[in-house]
Design a protein around this ligand. Sequence first.
Ligand code: FDA
Length: 497
Amino acid sequence: DNGAHVPALVIGTGYGGSVAALRLAQAGVDVHMIEMGMAWDTPGSDGKIFCNTTTPDQRSYWLRTKTKQPLSNFLGFPIDKDIPRYTGILDAEDMGGIIVYQGRGVGGGSLVNGGMAVTPRRANFAAILPSVDAEEMYGTYYPRANAGLGVGLIDPAWFDTVDCYQFARVGRKHAQRSGFPFVFVPDVYDWDYMKQEAAGTVPKSAVAGEILYGNNHGKKSLQKTYLAQARATGRVTISPLHKVTSVSPAPGGGYTVVIEQIDTTGATTATKTVVAAKVFFAAGSVGTSKLLVRLKATGALPALNGEIGKGWGDNGNVMCGRANHMWDPTGKVQASIPCGGIDNWDAGGAFAEVAPLPTGIETYASFYLSITKNPHRAEFTYNAASGSVELNWQTAWKQPSIDMAKTIFDKINSKEGTIYRTDLFGLNKIWGDHLTYHPLGGAVLNKATDNYGRLHGYTGLYVIDGALIPGNTSVNPFVTITALAERNIEKIIATDL
Ligand code: FDA
């Protein structure tokens, strides 16, 4: 309510925000969560909450009049289509040199992501966040995060026989024949449910290609895990379609938080002000960075330090496809949930997910999302003339990622006598180098904040999301974001309440 006082306000309902809310509530603190996206708890006119990747409607994109599919073309033809402008679930946010895909709604990225739940190798984690005690992370917080998220592994015997993972078996065969290890990757999808989907005994979700615009069944999004537990405490309130626009010190102590209520066209319908004793920035790497950079530059939080907005990276994401021979079909029906990857991190700086291409037809294509050790880091700055926050990432900075991905796919192509697909990202374009699914950094741990996410300059302000991680995690990031949030909130509850 306008004018309310709250003990803890959390901006955003993704991984960092959900961990903070649950643990604070369990410690007896009342928590108010503010989420700019929709609740995603009510079916549309087709009886489903989420729309399918093959039939995107208004629910698919955040305030766009045309879809912005990561794979923009097929056989050279553009495949994007007109949609009504609406507060849909997937934001393809254009930051100039890069399009950053993000989930919008209660559950954040967990609503739209592939659910690949990967714990990095310990040496890689230690190199990325040297100020964090790796012993504690691997002994306590990674296991806690994996349990809280409901992480599980595909049954390898089922994998070997089921039609919907033929694409992944082809990916494994080609990797292994070129001498690369193929590793199974855990996921938060309910694997027993998927077995029933494949057997035709329950409504299909992953096997029907649902993913980017939400899964109607099977996927254990945060709505089903951390947020369900948080709500069950009775101490957590969530306000969807509310966007935080300002945080500044309140005259009597705590922080004044300005919140705009929006409708499904994105128009502001009300502006509310609350006072919060503690504020947790969990708006995602881009959301948190944009807020903090603006608040520092415009004088709302001038004492934030010079590290704000720095250290942003794309987790080295780059996509490509390979054209297989006719004797290596990848399957008409492909489960939308990836379950394996090719690990060439140490030798070539790349970890490639064998990704599905669920088109409903046989494409003879293998598709990959690579995570690479890209060294480039970008910075967010405030442009006073336009009143917007900008990111100085350049498309050409993807070249090291392409080179690292090529250490895998050039070798496979040469061994198999195959070529790259050139029709998926435009005309005669091999590399999907225009995007990231994994934005990280902008308020890096132990730089913009102390070693537990407390923002320098202001007591009671915290960062607890992907903004803390300096640009790369060596694998898919959400388990690390969750584990780090578990570590930090435990310390904050023990010492700051
Ligand atoms: P997250 O982005 O989850 O949450 C932030 C929330 O804050 C959002 O709900 C947003 O709407 C809200 N918000 C932002 N600004 C706000 C404001 N001013 N006021 C109120 N609310 C605001 N990772 C992985 O590990 N495995 C995978 O398989 C995949 N796959 C994948 C696919 C796709 C298509 C995408 C887009 C992403 C992935 N990811 C992934 C990445 C993963 O989803 C991502 O790293 C996490 O969701 C980030 O978690 P955070 O808690 O940092 O923020």
